[in-house]
Write a protein that binds this ligand. Structure first.
Ligand code: SF4
Length: 371
């Protein structure tokens, strides 16, 4: 008789092929299954990718332009309460210099990332950079923001200034687990995070979200719920990475509850593959966290169904102050040689790197025409 986890996989493939939503129990069984499930799962995700988004790998150059944050997420190394971090905000001229360098090597999608800072100067800087990109490169470049929960009107304003995509991770779709990972105050409400995702969709952004994988107290059932949350929200992009402990955070105290590295990697890869099956035409990242926790994280992520990775364009002198987690990979090398090496690693998997292409998720393009 076939083991039940292979039955669960066959069931999920059949259901997702028809465009329907699988049962939570089947997703949970796959996440919790023994190793022999990985090969057929990743093959199915690869077929779904071939049929929808294609084999190309898209690059998103990231500039971590400010590490100030008003929040205190219990897992994050740049949380407001961590006084050991040197705070910085990169001036406009240095940001655009980093973007120009990315453009020179063929990047056409740029992620501006910061902590959640609501000050006028911060938002004015973001708007200025967006307007500069629009004037400089028009529609050939897709600006991406990841700067936290903002008022709906600010989302609208930044969209009008030229913003195209927005990444706002839900981190976990389970309100109780969310409450254990965040302080209990007005700045960290699960409902506000969900509302912000709706506001982004309503104001015309390509919307990305994602979750932390392997946090204390998390189970395969929570992760199955996360997949269903993202499917029902009908996201355009997904960035999910393994949780990596940081000793200057409150969650460090719960480190005994963290699954071992092998489990975190396995769950992450299975989440990527299942996300690919549930929403085949979305963009899914092989995240820096996955590449940090495993030396072959890029290859493993792409092999499980990811189609995006993010070269770091942040000027070197700021990088060590953007440690969301410990051991974050930093490659002290020119952008040209980083790209050359990464492209060779992708090519070895039969996955060409798409330079000169902003790589809009097919899901968004088919839902509504690009602006
Ligand atoms: S996870 Fe984001 S919002 Fe939370 S403390 Fe870190 S930078 Fe701020």
């Amino acid at each position: 008789m076939k083991p039940s986890h292979l039955d669960a996989l066959a069931d999920v493939i059949r259901v997702t092929d028809s465009g329907a939503i699988p049962e939570r129990a089947a997703l949970r069984a796959i996440l919790d299954a023994p190793e022999d499930l990985d090969a057929p799962l990743f093959e199915a995700a690869g077929r779904a990718l071939d049929r929808s988004s294609g084999r190309a790998v898209y690059l998103r150059g990231i500039v971590e332009f400010c590490n100030a944050c008003r929040k205190d997420c219990l897992y994050c190394g740049v949380r407001r309460g961590n006084t050991r971090v040197a705070r910085y905000a990169i001036p406009f001229d240095e940001i655009v210099e980093a973007l120009e360098e990315g453009y020179r090597v063929g990047l056409r999608s740029f992620l501006l990332q910061s902590g959640e800072a609501l000050g006028d100067a911060h938002l004015a800087l973001v708007e200025r950079v967006l307007r500069w990109m629009k004037a400089r490169w028009g529609d050939s470049v897709r600006p991406v923001l990841s700067i936290g929960e903002l008022p709906r009107e600010t989302f609208r304003q930044l969209r009008e200034a030229g913003g195209g995509r927005y990444l706002l991770r839900i981190e976990t779709s389970d309100p109780e687990l969310y409450a254990r990972l965040h302080p209990q105050d007005a700045h960290h409400r699960f409902e506000a995070r969900v509302q912000a995702l709706h506001d982004l969709r309503d104001t015309g952004w390509q919307v990305g979200t994602g979750v932390l994988i392997g946090v204390p107290w998390q189970t395969p059932d929570h992760l199955a719920g996360d997949l269903l949350f993202m499917r029902r929200f009908d996201i355009d992009m997904c960035g999910m990475g393994p949780y990596i402990e940081h000793h200057d955070t409150p969650l460090w105290e719960a480190r005994e509850q963290v699954p071992d590295v092998a489990t975190r990697v396995r769950w992450t890869l299975r989440m990527i593959a299942l996300q690919r099956l549930l929403l085949p035409d979305t963009n899914v990242s092989a995240t820096t966290a996955l590449q940090t926790i495993h030396p072959q994280g890029l290859e493993l992520g792409l092999g499980a169904g990811a189609n995006v990775f993010m070269p770091n364009l942040t000027p070197w002198k700021y990088r060590e102050s953007y440690d969301l987690y410990e051991g974050k990979v930093r490659v002290a090398d020119s952008l040209d040689s980083v790209l050359e090496r990464m492209s060779a690693r992708c090519a070895a998997l039969g996955r060409p790197v798409a330079l000169g292409d902003p790589g809009d998720p097919v899901r968004f393009r088919t839902r509504q025409p690009p602006p």
